[in-house]
Design a protein. Structure first.
Length: 312
């Protein structure tokens, strides 16, 4: 069983969580740039890069970088399997490399182009469930990780000085990236649901006929403008009121809705006579069942038109 993250990591983890809780737009590059900054600070990395994965080209491109020449990195798309980040993208595995120049996967030409000297690397694949979306690469830990100081001197240091990334660093980075991916997936889903709901609401609000819906407890959940006009309801009438209270002057419609909820039986092309302000009216109506995203019944609705003029 893995032990909880230690205090320093936990504080950084909470900092990232607080940032993610405030994100409202699905701008993933902006989110990953901020997460990268926070990871670099928490792990005392000299440099860091966020690579975006392009599935069609099967390549990684640097979208945000700290401590190295970002403009030069942008000119260097990396194929899957090429270099350290390409290896991570191909195998979907997080890796720590203590001495970059001793590892055959390391692309020394990147250092030549950017002028940066890489000592050690921590690279994390960004997996949205089974889909690769990118790679985060942290370079050159400046200090030794907590618990890596050893008696007698810095024997845990990497060649060239400084510290090396630890297994605990890897756990922290993986956890932070995993949490970020989950939060962004939830945000995308929330945005999609909001757009679909807005679209459906717009359609219902602009129907020429009336539409009134109730939940399983008989409280109104939607009354479109046409329904309010046909039934002479106040334009400012709030929702979540008992349908019998809303339709006091036409209780038959309230009964139809509640019967639909109870029996789960719908009707089409029915007529309902009612009197309002001394005038007789005739409505043509049909009923329907409402379902939640899981397919469970969540209420009932009624669509109707005033067909009085067609009966004269």
């Amino acid at each position: 069983m893995k032990t909880p993250l230690s205090g320093g990591y936990l504080a950084a983890f909470y900092d990232i969580l607080q940032f993610l809780s405030q994100v409202r737009e699905t701008d993933e590059e902006r989110v990953w740039s901020r997460v990268l900054e926070k990871l670099a600070v928490a792990l005392d990395a000299e440099a860091a890069t966020y690579f975006l994965y392009l599935p069609r080209e099967r390549k990684l491109i640097a979208r945000y970088s700290l401590g190295v020449a970002a403009d030069k990195l942008l000119e260097m798309p990396i194929a899957i399997g090429e270099g350290v980040c390409g290896w991570v993208a191909k195998h979907h595995e997080t890796i720590i490399i203590e001495n970059a120049y001793d590892d055959a996967r390391f692309l020394a030409k990147v250092d030549e182009i950017t002028g940066f000297t890489t000592r050690n690397i921590l690279a994390v694949p960004l997996m949205d469930r089974l889909d690769l979306v990118g790679v985060i690469e942290l370079l050159n830990r400046r200090s030794l990780p907590p618990g890596r100081q050893v008696p007698g001197g810095p024997s845990s240091s990497s060649p060239g000085g400084g510290g090396t990334f630890s297994a605990e660093d890897m756990r922290f980075a993986e956890s932070a990236c995993r949490m970020s991916l989950v939060m962004m997936r939830a945000l995308r889903f929330e945005s999609m649901v909001s757009k679909v709901s807005s679209y459906h609401s717009s359609v219902l609000q602009n129907l020429g006929g009336g539409f009134l819906a109730v939940d399983l407890q008989g409280r109104t959940v939607l009354i479109n403008p046409a329904a309010k006009k046909i039934l002479s309801l106040s334009p400012d009438l709030p929702l979540s009121l008992p349908v019998h209270q809303v339709l006091q002057h036409i209780p038959e419609m309230a009964e139809i809705l509640m019967k639909t909820v109870t029996t789960r039986h719908t009707v089409k092309r029915q007529e309902l006579s009612w009197k309002h302000d001394g005038a007789d009216h005739l409505l043509g109506y049909g009923t329907l069942l409402l379902q939640d995203p899981d397919g469970n019944m969540s209420g009932a609705g009624i669509t109707f038109q005033d067909i009085t003029q067609f009966q004269r």
